[in-house]
Design a protein around this ligand. Structure first.
Ligand code: C2E
Ligand code: MG
Ligand code: MG
Ligand code: MG
Length: 287
């Protein structure tokens, strides 16, 4: 008898039930509020693309920036992408936002080229929802044409989960992107449902080792063994390998020893606003 059970539960833990219910309500209404607000965030100019440098270990030069989206909510301040991207995906707003980020990043990079930093690439994260849309390729073409950015300077970052969805379709889209001259990276490698077969089947250019493996990178722990193996594998596959989340000099040294090609992380710089890029670029033109 459900009623009786509820009655008993209320009697035995009234406060905890009320607390739980109140909490759930708060979570649901907060979520609804964010959902509704996110639809307007673009037109309210609350979204901004930040950029985090990627460094080539051998030359010490910054060669690319990853575009990372920021949402400055009028009342709540910064809301991290790990919170709002999933909401944008659930509500479908990700398509509009994703297109905006792509165009913004291409336009910005073209401007950097024109101001003399003409070897910079830009890496844009693309959600699985956006990637699977029938007109995704046309959107990428439109962004390249509108911005005037040469296609080889655009890298599209995909996560492993995308690669597992519809393998045939995914390979087809990746090949179309490569046909345009765009480069493909796999983001957060090693998390999710890693499968070695897609490294064989998908024509990827860059593999980004997830930051969770870099965090405890000391000479002889399991993470180091895994990172070393991934780097060696990339060498054999002719895939460029980048370590994410590098925070210390020691981590950099270990990665260098292992033969890692590129790094990104707070040790170099946090993601910054576009206006700060020129300074960063100059600082990393050593040699
Ligand atoms: P991601 O693509 O793996 O990006 C790397 C994340 O790690 C970024 O978090 C970056 O700020 C953070 N990070 C970089 N270096 C370090 C470090 O040394 N230490 C630590 N602890 N963290 C570091 P962020 O900007 O909060 O973005 C989180 C995730 O949100 C991204 O992970 C990406 O999956 C997603 N995201 C961000 N912007 C976009 C976007 O425009 N579109 C889509 N679809 N997803 C996005
Ligand atoms: Mg990324
Ligand atoms: Mg990542
Ligand atoms: Mg991620």
């Amino acid at each position: 008898n459900a009623n009786l059970a509820l009655h008993k539960a209320k009697r035995s833990g009234r406060n905890s039930i009320q607390f739980f219910t109140g909490d759930m309500n708060a979570m649901i209404s907060e979520r609804l509020e964010l959902e509704n607000h996110l639809r307007k965030a673009l037109s309210l100019n609350e979204l901004e693309v930040y950029y985090q440098p990627q460094i080539d270990i051998e030359s010490g030069r910054v060669f690319a920036f990853e575009a990372l989206l920021r949402w400055k909510h009028t009342k709540r301040g910064m809301i991290p992408p790990n919170i709002f991207i999933p909401i944008a995906e659930d509500t479908g707003v990700i398509n509009e936002i994703g297109y905006w980020v792509l165009l913004e990043a291409c336009t910005q990079t073209r401007q950097w080229h024109e101001s003399g930093m003409n070897d910079l690439s830009v890496c844009v994260n693309v959600s699985g929802i956006q990637f699977q849309r029938p007109d995704f390729i046309d959107e990428v073409k439109a962004c390249l044409e509108t911005s005037g950015l040469e296609s080889s300077f655009l890298h599209i970052e995909l996560t492993e989960s995308i690669m597992l969805e519809d393998v045939e379709h995914t390979i087809k889209i990746i090949n179309q992107l490569k046909g345009l001259g765009v480069k493909i990276s796999v983001d957060d490698f090693g998390t999710g449902y890693s499968s070695l077969s897609y490294l064989r089947d998908f024509p990827i250019d860059i593999l980004k080792i997830d930051q969770s493996f870099i965090r405890n990178l000391e000479d002889s722990n399991p993470d180091a063994a895994i990172v070393r193996a991934i780097i060696t594998m990339c060498e054999g596959l002719n895939v460029t390998v980048l370590a994410e989340g590098v925070e210390t000099e020691q981590q950099l040294k270990t990665l260098q020893q292992f033969g890692c090609n590129q790094i990104q992380g707070y040790y170099i710089s946090k993601p910054v606003k576009a206006v700060e890029i020129k300074g960063l670029y100059k600082n990393f033109q050593m040699n």
